[in-house]
Every structure is written in structure tokens, then in C-alpha cells.
Write a protein that binds this ligand. Sequence first.
Ligand SMILES: Cc1cc2nc3c(=O)[nH]c(=O)nc-3n(C[C@H](O)[C@H](O)[C@H](O)COP(=O)(O)OP(=O)(O)OC[C@H]3O[C@@H](n4cnc5c(N)ncnc54)[C@H](O)[C@@H]3O)c2cc1C
Length: 401
Amino acid sequence: MDLNYSADDRAFREKTRRWLEANTPTDDLKTLAERKAWHRKLYEAGYVGMLWPKEYGGWGATAMQQAIVQDEMARIGAPPAINGLGIGFIGPTIIVHGTEAQKQRYLKKMLTAEEIWCQLYSEPNAGSDLAGLKTRAEDAGDHFVVNGQKIWTSSGPIADWGILLCRTDPKAAKHKGISCVLLNMRQPGVEVRPLKQITGHSLFSEVFMTNARADKSDLIGKLDEGWAIAQTTLGYERGGNSLGRVTRYAIAFRQLVRATKQLRRNGRPLIEDPVVRAKMGRLYAELEVQRYAGLRVLSALNKGDSPGAASSITKLSYTEFEKRYYDTALEILGPWGQMMTAREEFEEIDTSSGEAGTWATAFLWARAGTIYSGSSEIQKNIIGERVLGLPKEVRADRLRS
Ligand SMILES: Cc1cc2nc3c(=O)[nH]c(=O)nc-3n(C[C@H](O)[C@H](O)[C@H](O)COP(=O)(O)OP(=O)(O)OC[C@H]3O[C@@H](n4cnc5c(N)ncnc54)[C@H](O)[C@@H]3O)c2cc1C
């Protein structure tokens, strides 16, 4: 790992910190309009789309500068930008595979959050086995007619556009005959039904498409070659560095220390209990491991390397840690950890979804990371096959008894 903060990086951090101190909203952002306005302000300050090329509205910043902004935002508790799926991996996919006309039409409005995006990949019987998807897109001259159902669509309830994987050649082999097309979510053939999550929020949804229209000019890449495009999206989804998360875990750890000083058990502050201290020591050690793992990815990105399949190791590691982290916090806090509304001594935590929540909310939300962008078991398969070069998985239903 080769990572040093240059004088420019230090000056950039100073400038970012000052800007955030002066501009971060003090009240909760309650409506979508308020969140869009804050997003716009962040964008205009150069803190959204930092790694995107300038020609498409990005800022051409370095991975280090982006990490500094994530770090400073987490430190001050600034509300996150929105349109994360669009800016994080749908836009980058369009930059790689889209036509110039598609880039001009969609990218800038994605960055400014004038148009919110969702990812229409998973289906009720096609999650880990994504190539099993059944949504059909039939050729109707200048457009496709789309019929089928998607599920777990994050931001579905607020999305204007979606990137859709659909089957365009039902006779072709499973991974072939899939295409990738952009779908206008605001049309009569698209029905979005919000799903209630265990946190009580409805951030994702089911999406039903009945004779929906997708223009052929919105086909990304070539017809029937959408599988490769899906791989690009998933690469961006798992890649990147996790330092912003690590800062949030560290802030939560400080809150945990404070809570264990305030709470008393058997007449003594909880933090004096040797079992509690041992658990917290372990958490802290693991937190440092996550910090160094994040720095290692940042060092690679800074040198222009792409983490590739190795990003599965990072994703597996921090999402499984996040679950252990909040499990242990709840064990330590006992009934206090189960409160779903914030109290002064349990200040709000920013969870990875950007939702504000209590320890209980963070504990429940921590389950999501080991499922989305490919579950932990799928990451282990990728690590085994593509990083370690082990033999390919043999599916149980293909084994002969
Ligand atoms: C919070 C959240 C947000 C999401 N947002 C989106 C979104 O915006 N757009 C979108 O398209 N999807 C989204 N998803 C869906 C997500 O990609 C899928 O849930 C995920 O790929 C797993 O698929 P599944 O739920 O169908 O589970 P399944 O694939 O049915 O898996 C069930 C269990 O079997 C295990 N398993 C499956 N196959 C194997 C195997 N080969 N080897 C070992 N174990 C295996 C899995 O690990 C899991 O434990 C989201 C999910 C979550 C939780």
C-alpha cells in the first residue's frame, strides 16, 4: 500500500471541511424536493460525480479527493447525495456502452438529480441467478413492447428512468438473448408497488410492466448482448472504496463508547464491565482492519488500478463486519439498543442507505449489505473462481446421483 496525503490533498480537505461546515443543513431533509435541493448544492460545489469525465458534467477528480469528501461528509453528518444508483453505476455503464446521443440525453440530468434512476435487474426467480430473468421485450419496429415483473427495485417509488435487463431472444441460451434498455418509469404500462422493509421504510418496490414501451434508440450496446453490460454495472456496484462507511462506523463507535459510559449495570458504568470491554476491544480492532482494507483499495484506485473481481473480497468483508458490528452493539446495549426512535444519548446514525436511524435501524439495515449486489455466498463463489482460480461451482441440480 502506498498512500500519502499530498499538500494538495490536505488543502482540499480543509476547503471541503469549511464548505460543509458553512452549508450542511441543520434541519432534517424531509421531502424529496429538499433532498434534491441539497443534492444540487453538493453537485454545484463539485462533490457529486467527482470521478465522472468533465465532458459529461463530472469533475474529473481523483479517487483520493472523493474519499476525502466521503470522509468529511460522514464526519459532519451531512445528508448524502441522492440518485446513488444512477451516479454510482448506471451512469458509468452508459459512459462505457452508450451512444453519444444517449450520453448527452441522460447523464447530466442524472448528476443533477433532475431525473432519478433505478435498476431493473432482479426478478422473483432471478436474483443470484440473474440470467434466469424472464421479462420479455418484443420488437415493434421503432420500439420494444415490454412485459414482465421486477422486484427489489431500490428507489423504484421515486424513479423517472430505469436500466432494464430483458429477454429479446427467448430461444437463445440463458446468458444470450438478453438485452439492456432504458425504460421510462413515468408511463401507463409501468406500475410501481412499494415494498415494506423490516426497518419500516419503503425504499424499494416491485415493478410490473404491461405492454410498456422502450424506444430502440434507448437500447444500450447491441441487441441480445446485454449480459456483458450487466457485468459492467455489477463491477461498478461492488467496486469503489468503503472509506466513507468506515468513517460512519467509527462515529457510531464513539457514540457506543459514550452510551456505555452513561448506561449503568449493577451500579457501575457499563464500560467498566470486563465482558463489555472485551467485546468493544474486538469491535475496535475489526474496525481498524476495515479502515486499512479501505485504504488498500484507495491506494490501488489512486494508482489507476481497477480492483476487478477482488472488489468481491472488500464487499464480503465489510458487509459481514457490519452485521457483526451492530449485532455486538445491540448485545452490549440490551433493551436500549432496541429503540426504533432516536433519544439524545443515542444520537442518530447514518446507515449505509443514507437513512438516519437508531442502533436498531442500523442493525436491521445491516442485513441488506450481505444480499444486494450479489449475496455473500455469491461473492465467495466469485472469489473462489476468479480470484483464487479454484474449479467452477457445480450446481446441485446438475450433479448426477
Ligand atoms: C436492500 C436491497 C436493495 C436491492 N436493490 C436492488 C435494485 O435496485 N435492483 C435490482 O435489480 N435488485 C436489487 N436487489 C436485489 C438483489 O440483487 C438480490 O436480492 C440478490 O441478488 C439475491 O437474489 P434473491 O433475493 O433472489 O435471492 P436468491 O438468489 O434466491 O438467494 C437465496 C439464498 O440462496 C443463496 N444462493 C443462491 N445461489 C447460490 C449459489 N449458486 N451458491 C451458494 N448460495 C447461493 C443466496 O446467497 C441466498 O442466501 C436489492 C436487494 C436488497 C436486499
